[in-house]
Design a protein around this ligand. Sequence first.
Ligand code: SF4
Length: 310
Amino acid sequence: MKTFVPNYYKEFNCIAQKCKHNCCIGWEIDIDEDTLSYYENLKGKFSRKLKQGIEYNDDCACFRLDGKGRCSFLNEKNLCDIILNLGEESLCQVCSDHPRFRNYYSDRIEMGLGLCCEEAGRIILNQDIPFSLVLLDDDGCEDERDNDDFGEYRENLFEMLNDPTNTISEKINQFSTYCKIEIPKLSKDEWVDLFLSLERLDDYWSVVLNQLKETEIGDIEIPEIFNKQFENLLKYFTYRHITVKGDSEVFFFILTSYHMIEMLCKMHIKNYGDLTSDYIVEYCRLYSSEIEYSDENIDEIIEILYKNEP
Ligand code: SF4
């Protein structure tokens, strides 16, 4: 089986203590069975602390979070005590994978970086060269492709998104026509109310949403210098979420997400007078952590806006 990754994949390295939004804060991390058994059977100095930092729920075990939502093993320098004491190879699957994701197909695995990590977001959104896939690994086993026309279908989408002769708004229109999906014509306040009704991870998301509600963005345009970031955003969503042909709910989610992030950037321009690629990365990171990484929230958006059209 071959494993493919985007051409920028190898640029990623976790920036650890330099990270402003450490992924070891606020997330409940499930420990896979093999790692849990290794932790439970560990002997030695660190083993007591390790066991105390694990909590057991009905169907899984996870790392205990402190009152501020920090993982028990994230030390005061924002470094991981498990890595420091036992080495990186002792991390559980979720910790060693993050922010990478995997999509499984019959003949290959595709991996990528997730937008909820600020460093991954910076790499994904600031790419200057067209998106392409490169081979990361090949175990030598050949598997049959059982979904032949999906490859061509997705290639057409990427061809459209990579086309340098079209503006980003033309690409969005083409994308929407290609998938025959239109985003609902809601007012900005209705969008905000919908997102405020969803489960929220970080209070800062509520602050940003309320700020959007209070800001008049009608006449604001995103400067063309940021076309690249928005195009890369669309490519990221396409690569990560379109895994079968013609899944209209996924297309709907992508267009809705794009629209929401665009509104947040317009709000930023209106309130602060300018925009930078770092702020675009930050709004994408925030959106991704709150919405893209929550299956419940994605389902809720689709249920309310798509299945029961308002
Ligand atoms: S969010 Fe990304 S850069 Fe920050 S600590 Fe996690 S993996 Fe590292």
